[in-house]
Design a protein around this ligand. Sequence first.
Ligand SMILES: NC(=O)c1ccc[n+]([C@@H]2O[C@H](COP(=O)([O-])OP(=O)(O)OC[C@H]3O[C@@H](n4cnc5c(N)ncnc54)[C@H](OP(=O)(O)O)[C@@H]3O)[C@@H](O)[C@H]2O)c1
Length: 337
Amino acid sequence: MTNRAWIFEHPPVGDDFDSALTFRDWPMPVAAEGQVLVRNLYLSLDPANRRWMAGPTYMPQIPTGAPMWGFVMGEVIASNAAGFKPGDIVGGVGTWADYSAVSTDGLDKIPDMGGLPLHTAMGLFRGPGGTAYVGTVDIGQLKAGDTFVVSGAAGSVGSLAGQIAKILGATVIGITGSAEKCAWLTQDLGFDHAIDYRHEDVEARLRALAPQGVNVYFENVGGAVGNAVAANMAKFGRVAVCGLTAQYNEERAPIGLDIMPLLLQGCTMQCFILYDYLDRLPDATAKLAAWHGAGRLKYHPDIRDGLENALDAFKSLFQPGGSHKGKLMVRVDPKAI
Ligand SMILES: NC(=O)c1ccc[n+]([C@@H]2O[C@H](COP(=O)([O-])OP(=O)(O)OC[C@H]3O[C@@H](n4cnc5c(N)ncnc54)[C@H](OP(=O)(O)O)[C@@H]3O)[C@@H](O)[C@H]2O)c1
């Protein structure tokens, strides 16, 4: 057995990831007491990984000179922890590597997927779907008839949030970075409207599309896009702040969301991290599975093959109008289904 890993050399400066992460052969990890050794099948690539590199967040600082951390799904091949045995399929925080030694704290056993591809557990149900569901239903308090706007709309969370809002009876407007992605949102995913923020005036387009204002804004990117939506909120609108991708590579805290229009409209703004709402996952998963099974919710995995290609794929998360749509993952084991 050989192991390869992306080693976290130092926190990146801006979007210079090439020196921050290096790819090399790496000793096979050993499962310490309370850990399992996992053969990674899939690695999830998430904008949050960039924040983890910058310093402690809801996660501790990633140690330098060791494999980069990320959400993985894989097969237990050795267990030094009660309740886990070789052959179990698990998901949790592991490493950008062929093999991860992981603590069983927060490690989930992946149930039988009932004929769905295994990556659906990582790409639809848990992080992306759970976040989209909680942000739309619990934080956004979406009601039928609302006008719902989501930024990062062609991404993993945004593409699901918009579809959930549509299922719940909202008029849905997605904001994304290319005409091709806009067409995908409206033609394939059933969004009512889409705005290409790189080539259109978001504020003016929203004024025209939602003359009564936006009731719920699902914020994924922040920056100028966020302010353009804030300027179009309806009275007592709700802003669910999920992520701020546009500022993850900034060295200094940028000028943030302009709160003034939210104040004038009496809006509620609430930030949320899925980790604080894990008790909502069973409900979210049941609803997502039912909608997906009934063909009402489309899951779009964007799977890149080969651990060695993880960094190039990761960069696309920070490229406005970048190459991926839906949930970005790396297939670490070429045979994984
Ligand atoms: N709160 C939580 O618990 C939680 C959980 C999961 C994710 N999140 C957050 O949710 C957000 C979306 O995550 P995701 O996994 O779904 O990522 P994603 O949307 O699949 O990928 C990021 C996308 O953001 C867009 N983008 C990049 N730079 C931008 C910029 N400067 N301005 C505007 N858009 C830009 C790009 O798409 P375009 O083509 O549209 O430019 C890119 O593809 C992230 O901020 C993430 O950290 C939060």
